[in-house]
Design a protein around this ligand. Sequence first.
Ligand SMILES: [Zn+2]
Ligand SMILES: [Zn+2]
Length: 99
Amino acid sequence: MKTDTVMTDKAEIQCPACSADAVYKNGRIKTGKQRYLCLMCSRQFTMGTRKPMVQGKPVCPECGKPMNVYKLEGNVIRFRCSGYPVCKTFKKYFLKEEA
Ligand SMILES: [Zn+2]
Ligand SMILES: [Zn+2]
């Protein structure tokens, strides 16, 4: 499995050396980051620089604030600017049906 663009919030931890997902939490490093140990190749690594992508939260084109889900209708999501009611920007997104 080689997917670099997975954007789930439960990102699977994979060994950077051998891509195995058989990793084991192995304490923390000085800065408090989680350290992992690969059970396949015994490599230790951290995933601290990886920020989870927030998917499906567009930024308001008017004021730059994040937009929140306002309504879900079938496969249409409506977003409303988090600056509402000062900013009354709405956005409509169509969910893609993936076969
Ligand atoms: Zn490994
Ligand atoms: Zn706005």
